[in-house]
Design a binder for this molecule. Structure first.
Ligand code: G4P
Ligand code: NA
Ligand code: NA
Length: 194
C-alpha cells in the first residue's frame, strides 16, 4: 500500500535491526485518514470471504481493525490482555509468548462474542514471530469458528511469523512487508527482490 510505505519512510524510526518505531501514526498517535485507507484496503482483499467478525488484540490492533470492520459492516472484537490467572468459564483464554518483550501473557475473549457460526478475519498492526496471531487462532478454534484470513499492517518478513502462518494454509495479507531494518534503513520486500 503506497500511502503506508510513504508514511513508514517519512515517519518510521529504525530503533534496531529488529524494531521499527511508528508511534506517530500507528502505535501511539494514530492517523485516522491513513487508518481509514488501511480499513478499505483490508476490506477489498477479504470482501469475498463472507466475514462475520473482525478480531484483534488490544491495543494497537484496534485502530486498523475497527476501520476494517466498519468497511465490512461487521463487529470488531478485541482480545484483552491480562496478567493474572483466575479461572473463568465465560472466557476463551490463550497464552501468548512475546519474543520481543520476553514475557508471557494471557489473552481472553468472552464466549458471548464468537461461536461456531462465525467466519473471522484477524487484523493486527505488526507481524513479527506470529505468536499473537497464533493465540487468536487458538481462541477462534476453541469457539469452533472459522479463520478466513489475517490482515497485517506491517509484516517484518525477516522474522518467522509470516512463514509459520502461511504454512498453515492461512491467507495472510500484509500492507507493507519489511525485508530488513539493517544499517538503520527500512527496505521493503519488493526492493529486496528488485
Ligand atoms: P508476534 O506476536 O508476531 O510474535 O510479535 P511479538 O510478540 O514479538 O510482539 C510483541 C509486541 O511488540 C506487540 O505489541 C507487537 O505489535 C509489537 N511489535 C513487534 N515488532 C515490532 C516492531 O518492529 N515495531 C513496533 N512498533 N512494534 C512491534 P503489543 O505488546 O501487543 O502492544 P500494543 O502496541 O498492541 O499495545
Ligand atoms: Na503493537
Ligand atoms: Na498488536
Amino acid at each position: 500500500m503506497r500511502e503506508l510505505k510513504e508514511k513508514i519512510m517519512s515517519e518510521g524510526i529504525v530503533l534496531s535491526e529488529h524494531v521499527l518505531k511508528v508511534d506517530s501514526f500507528l502505535n501511539h498517535q494514530m492517523d485516522p485518514v491513513l487508518m481509514k485507507k488501511i480499513g478499505e484496503a483490508f476490506a477489498e482483499k477479504f470482501r469475498d470471504k463472507k466475514i462475520t467478525k473482525v478480531i484483534t488484540i488490544e491495543s494497537s490492533g484496534i485502530g486498523p481493525a475497527l476501520m476494517t470492520a466498519y468497511e465490512l459492516g461487521v463487529p470488531l472484537i478485541f482480545a484483552r490482555k491480562r496478567k493474572s490467572l483466575t479461572l473463568n468459564s465465560d472466557l476463551y483464554i490463550s497464552k501468548v509468548y512475546s519474543f520481543t518483550k520476553q514475557e508471557e501473557s494471557e489473552i481472553t475473549i468472552s464466549r458471548k462474542f464468537i461461536d461456531c457460526s462465525d467466519s473471522v478475519l484477524i487484523i493486527d498492526d505488526f507481524l513479527a514471530n506470529g505468536q499473537a496471531a497464533l493465540g487468536l487462532i487458538d481462541m477462534i478454534q476453541q469457539a469452533k469458528a472459522q479463520v478466513v484470513g489475517i490482515g497485517i499492517v506491517i509484516e517484518k518478513a525477516f522474522q518467522d511469523g509470516g512463514r509459520i502462518l502461511r504454512e498453515r494454509g492461512i491467507k495472510v495479507e500484509s500492507l507493507a512487508q519489511i525485508a530488513s531494518l539493517s544499517d538503520g534503513k527500512v527496505r521493503f520486500v519488493e526492493e529486496a527482490l528488485a
